[in-house]
Write a protein that binds this ligand. Structure first.
Ligand SMILES: [Zn+2]
Length: 177
């Protein structure tokens, strides 16, 4: 499975190509916020393979996930960036694909659309590595299970390593550049 932070690597690719069309922070948080539901759902149903629900659906991504992301990008990211800057003053650390991430767009349309895109990449990226994909919640009867062995350990191990490698390649290509 892609570990939560690795998910951000997918929307970072269109960002690197068309940085002005997106909010970096909104793409990044939008691509990760789905997994907020995993721990409470796991505690509730007792099986991690079933611990994914509305926040892993298209409907959830466009509503609750996007709302959480917009609020976080508007109200949590700016103070977090200020704190980061005081702690590590080197401005090169907040550069990605030629952009200064301190000047990320703040308008609602860009933040919302980036949150939605980031979230959609999360649920698509999860499909090959989970059998419980509630993509069409609340309208689906059975979750999408396109890869029958998606929950098996060997597949999990292989895909986790593959995601790690892609993540490292992309970070090396664009971070601080
Ligand atoms: Zn997920």
């Amino acid at each position: 499975m892609p570990l939560t932070p690795f998910h951000a690597v997918v929307p970072w690719l269109p960002y690197a190509r068309w940085p002005r069309a997106f909010s970096f922070w909104s793409l990044t948080l939008g691509a990760m916020v789905s997994d907020v539901e995993v721990l409470p759902a796991w505690a509730l149903v007792g099986d991690i393979h079933l611990a994914r629900g509305p926040m892993h659906s298209v409907f959830g991504v466009l509503t609750i996930n996007a709302a959480i992301t917009v609020v976080a990008v508007r109200f949590l990211v700016p103070p977090a960036l200020r704190w980061f800057q005081r702690r590590w003053p080197n401005p090169g650390l907040l550069r990605f694909a030629g952009q200064d991430l301190r000047n990320d767009p703040q308008d609602f349309a860009t933040i919302y659309s980036s949150a939605a895109l980031g979230g959609l990449t999360h649920i698509i990226a999860d499909i090959p590595t989970h059998t419980n994909n509630p993509v069409w919640w609340p309208w689906q009867t059975d979750p999408l299970a396109l890869v029958p062995f998606a929950d098996e350990l060997w597949w999990d191990a292989m895909t986790t390593v593959a995601w790690l490698l892609v993540f490292l390649v992309v970070v090396r290509a664009y971070w601080r550049r």
